[in-house]
Design a protein around this ligand. Structure first.
Ligand code: AHR
Length: 316
């Protein structure tokens, strides 16, 4: 039995007013992994916010594997936590375990990444970014830049995030939706770099080795892959940010440093500091207060020109 349920029962048994007790909430949280600077900031935000809110956090790192997340969710159900929150590594394959949580009466909050389920009542709410819009913002920046050289064809290579993940699917979708308005912009190669620096570097190296077409632009689905790719570009004797224009997403400190050094052209913000809002939501959900089904956060676009000024203000 969870601490919260035990406290409520004890209060009831002693004929004490239950409402007077702020019973502690236990949250089971399944994190994707530790694949990026973004993820490190997200985990830190969740841990700090749980502590500040007096929520007991059972934190499990899935190391980018869905099977580990399913195991963690089942273990939270067995432990009878008050609420489950998780950032699903991929979009599909969650129906069975979420039905198990529902049958056990444990509410589920999605954070950062969304799921595709037949029955949306399997989760209570989602809090995170609008990834499609992030892809659109990245492409709009490129369209404006391309407008300065209207006759030039721009060959784009794309480093996608984890295959099947909401940010990889949605950022690609948003980016393509906008660039198709200018036929001079063409994606010539696209492959997953799994949201990591190491894989981003490896895939960029292979893009650079194929010499059939000149690469003008790199669109990386996150800053870590862009930073890995920057190393590959430099090792190939090219100047990142000049010979190849680089666009990425997240807005982590490493990206601002790369922009300051002239090696990255723009980053679209994806805010990882979701902890405080998540804890508030968890309290509301456990108290059975009505909550929005989808809560998205406000985010900006930071081109290299503002990097030096913005760097000291960055919180992650
Ligand atoms: O789901 C958010 C994405 O996951 C971030 O853009 C990326 O850096 C992370 O790994």
């Amino acid at each position: 039995m969870s601490t919260r349920r035990r406290t409520l029962l004890t209060a009831a048994a002693l004929w004490l007013p239950v409402a007077a007790f702020a019973a502690p909430i236990t949250m089971g949280f399944s994190q994707v992994g530790a694949e990026s600077e973004w993820r490190t900031a997200n985990s830190a935000s969740i841990k700090a916010a749980a502590k500040a809110a007096g929520i007991t956090l059972k934190f499990a790192d899935a190391q980018q594997k869905q099977e580990n997340q399913v195991k963690a969710l089942r273990s939270f159900i067995a432990q009878k936590v008050d609420v489950i929150a998780f950032s699903p590594v991929v979009e599909s394959g969650w129906d069975t375990v979420l039905k198990e949580a529902k049958a056990a009466g444990i509410p589920v909050i999605l954070t950062d990444r969304a799921v595709k389920v037949a029955d949306p009542s399997l989760y209570v709410t989602f809090i995170g970014s609008d990834f499609v819009e992030e892809g659109r913002k990245a492409a709009r920046w490129l369209l404006e830049r391309a407008a300065k050289t209207p006759n030039a064809t721009l060959n784009i290579v794309e480093l996608q995030g984890t295959v099947g993940s909401a940010p990889a699917i949605d950022r690609k979708k948003g980016f393509e939706e906008v660039i198709k308005t200018n036929p001079k912009l063409q994606i010539i190669r696209s492959q997953s770099g799994e949201f990591t620096r190491a894989k981003g570097k490896e895939v960029m190296e292979s893009f650079l080795k194929q010499r059939d077409k000149k690469i003008d632009v790199l669109f990386a689905h996150n800053d870590d892959m862009a930073i890995g790719a920057i190393q590959a570009i430099e090792e190939a004797g090219l100047k990142p940010g000049q010979d190849i224009v680089i666009i990425s997403i997240d807005g982590v400190r490493g990206a601002f440093e790369a922009m300051k050094a002239g090696k990255l052209n723009v980053t679209v913000e994806c805010n990882p500091l979701l902890g405080p809002q998540l804890m508030q939501l968890a309290q509301d959900v456990v108290a059975k207060k009505p909550v929005e089904k989808r809560i998205t956060v406000e985010e900006g676009v930071f081109p290299a020109e503002v990097a030096a000024k913005e760097l000291p203000n960055r919180k992650y």
